[in-house]
Design a protein around this ligand. Structure first.
Ligand code: IMP
Length: 434
């Protein structure tokens, strides 16, 4: 039988699609789980039995005791990461973790600069998570950043001195602010955390390539979502990394040829946190209902998410960019009891219809969604087989498949592992029944 050796799981919307749950569910079929981009702006919730884990950096597979890798494409906040290691310890789990020496670190300066940058933007704020993501990636590209291997050399290392000069200049000159007193305490904590991470550091590209050559199976876990990708998303209202599947190779140090397949995770409706265009956003009672029933509040920031109908134009764009053959559709239970349900199948702009996601914000903010209306379904008791799903829900899923060309392989009907249905035979590596 053909098996998928290495799979990339990515978000197909503006993040928060429920990737954590899907990765957790799939990870029992893999040996290693890898994070390859983003940082502590991500928030993965995994619920298992009575325990709820909320991770920002540690790959989700850690909950199952799998080998986990944080690739070079991630920006690592050592203080957050050590606290997550402590969280696992408190549940009796010893993480088997490898962190790339080449991964850039988020320092206390980056956190400070993220807040100052946002404040300086006035009404044009991105609405970042204030986790220092943008400043850390900017420094990486400007070639003044700090990597894990540089931070290990401490405050006397050559890279730190150059970096600190640059960071202080930014705070004082670019933002006319004083470097906060609090920072000196934070820096002590930062370097202590870096030291604690030393035993976990290594060459992730080399280690993963060897593992793949030995036939071990690797699951690459994306963070954020395709519409937040710095190249392909709704720029500038995006995050600062590539969130698409191609980044799995550059962000972990393996060849693109070692990636066998891609699964995209899509929520059955659309959400967005932070600013930026959102054609199908609902400002009415249905929008409020989606937010309340779907518990649409950010894992990292606690902000309430903007909610709207599923946007198939944007979804097809995301499926194409990622080469996603398979879909996991999450939170479809949240639509139960809404009748009719709508999906956006075209945009209208200046009296003309289009099925293209426009690159410029001004145009994207002016498109109007054109909807297909479908019959809704009533409240459901977590069904344990696909046959028990309401006919209208199956029609909804088939409509998504027909529109995007990707196959629905997983349907998630609630936060628990047990509330997951697998469509038999779609992904070769999965069991035939959940
Ligand atoms: P940053 O990644 O903190 O710089 O934030 C940039 C934009 O991406 C903001 O709109 C954030 O709300 C959004 N964002 C970043 N990470 C996530 C995520 O994991 N889920 C949803 N939105 C996110």
């Amino acid at each position: 039988m053909v098996t998928v050796q290495n799979l990339v799981v990515v978000g197909l919307q503006w993040g928060d699609e429920g990737k954590g749950k899907v990765v957790d569910y799939l990870s029992e079929h893999f040996d290693i789980v890898v994070r390859f981009q983003g940082g502590s702006n991500a928030g993965h919730t995994v619920k298992t039995g009575d325990s709820v884990f909320k991770f920002r950096i540690i790959p989700t597979g850690a909950v199952r005791g799998l080998r986990t890798v944080i690739g070079n494409g991630v920006v690592v906040d050592p203080i957050v990461l050590t606290s997550e290691i402590d969280q696992l310890h408190s549940e009796g789990i010893e993480p088997d973790l490898l962190i790339s020496e080449r991964a850039h670190v988020i320092t206390p300066y980056h956190l400070e600069i993220d807040s100052l940058q946002e404040a300086s933007k006035g009404n044009h704020k991105i609405g970042t998570t204030k986790r220092g993501i943008g400043p850390a990636y900017s420094d990486k590209v400007q070639r003044v950043g700090m990597r894990m291997c540089d931070a290990l050399r401490g405050r006397d290392g050559p890279q730190w001195r150059a970096f600190e000069d640059h960071a202080r200049r930014q705070i004082e000159q670019a933002y006319g602010s004083e470097v906060s007193e609090r920072l000196s305490g934070d820096l002590i904590e930062f370097f202590e955390a870096v030291d604690r991470l030393k035993p976990f550091m290594g060459d992730t590209g080399d280690s993963l390539t060897c593992a793949i050559e030995k036939g071990e199976r690797v699951l690459f876990e994306g963070a954020q979502g395709t519409l937040l990708d710095v190249d392909h998303g709704t720029y500038p209202f995006v995050t600062s990394s590539n969130c698409v599947s191609a980044a799995a190779a550059t962000g972990s140090g393996v060849s693109p040829l070692s990636i066998s397949d891609v699964l995209g995770v899509v929520k059955a409706y659309q959400t967005r946190v932070g600013a930026g265009p959102f054609p199908t956003e609902l400002g009415d009672a249905v929008g409020t209902r989606l937010c309340t029933v779907g518990h649409e509040f950010g894992t990292v920031t606690g902000r309430s998410r903007r909610c709207g109908w599923l946007d198939l134009v944007a979804l097809r764009y995301a499926v194409r960019l990622n080469g996603a053959k398979y879909l996991a559709v999450t939170k479809i239970d949240v639509l139960s009891g809404i009748n009719p349900v709508r999906v956006c199948v075209r945009y209208e702009l200046n009296g003309r219809e289009t099925q293209r996601v426009p690159p410029d914000l001004d145009t994207y903010s002016r498109v109007r969604p054109v909807y297909e209306e479908m019959s809704g379904w009533g409240e459901i008791e977590s069904p344990h087989s696909l046959d028990a799903l309401p006919r209208e829900m199956i029609d909804y899923l088939q409509f998504i498949e027909n529109y995007t060309g990707a196959r629905v392989s997983i349907v998630s009907l609630g936060p628990d592992r047990s509330e997951t249905l697998v469509v038999p035979g779609v992904i070769p590596c999965l069991p035939r029944h959940a």
